[in-house]
Design a protein. Structure first.
Length: 248
């Protein structure tokens, strides 16, 4: 892949270039570097990279400011950032790859190899994903949308429309307010980590519910949750206290 590094820190650019040349010379050809939004924009137009390593926070703006300059995005992106809670959250919900500074060589190799091995998104898919990412990042911690990947590509879901999630081995079924089901290859455990601080609670090994759509809790056996659509879902003994605490 023909790659460009955009980062306002000279040392960070050097370390990333050095790691790429040592560990991934057979997969990544470095076309050049840029150190701010404007020079990065010019470099992308001039060099036509297939992959951009993009810093989030730079002196003259953010990586998101740079992306919004393009009508169409026809290159893959791996974001590079110091710890930034809102940015990391936005990356995860928007299905974008990212690396935390200081970058570990092992994580760099895994991220690049994963990107190289997946089916390339169409230009329209990349454009849409970037719009969702910018929207989620701009929400200031309260993300609005979730990108769900599946064998056909991906779907964009409004988090407010998710009623519950059901686990099925390494797959998850997402049930929406209108009764539609979306199946994804992510496990329920992965979604628990992603959604736990956004109004969701895991009530059973196989079930996560949106707390906004819980209408009743019934103390039968270990307990049952009644959802707004009339569905009754069992609460496991080990998760009962945590669930009840959400309403105290």
């Amino acid at each position: 892949m023909r790659a460009l590094i955009i980062d306002d820190e000279k040392d960070a650019r050097f370390l990333l270039r050095n790691s790429l040349e040592k560990k991934l010379a057979d997969k990544v050809q470095i076309l050049g570097e840029a150190d701010d939004v404007e020079s990065g924009y010019s470099a992308i137009q001039r060099l036509k990279p297939e992959l951009v390593f993009l810093d989030v926070q730079m002196r003259t703006g953010t990586g998101f400011d740079l992306l919004q300059k393009f009508e169409t995005i026809d290159f893959e992106i791996i974001f590079v950032t110091a710890y930034n809670e809102f940015a990391i959250q936005a990356f995860k919900f928007s299905a974008f790859d990212y690396l935390l500074k200081p970058i570990k060589s092992s994580e760099l190799v895994l991220t690049v190899e994963k990107l190289a091995g997946k089916i390339e998104s169409s230009k329209s898919d990349l454009d849409r994903k970037v719009k969702i990412l910018v929207e989620n990042y701009g929400a200031g911690g309260e993300v609005q949308k979730l990108i769900v990947t599946n064998i056909e590509g991906f779907k964009v879901l409004d988090i407010g429309n998710i009623l519950r999630l059901e686990g099925d081995g390494n797959y998850s079924h997402i049930i929406l307010k209108d009764g539609k089901r979306v199946t994804t290859s992510k496990s329920l455990g992965e979604y628990e980590l992603l959604l736990i601080n956004h109004g969701f609670c895991r009530i059973h090994q196989s079930t996560i519910v949106s707390l906004r759509y819980v209408v009743a809790f019934k103390k039968v056996d270990d307990g049952y949750v009644e959802m707004v659509d009339g569905t009754e879902l069992k609460v496991s003994r080990s998760r009962k206290a945590d669930f009840v605490a959400k309403f105290s």
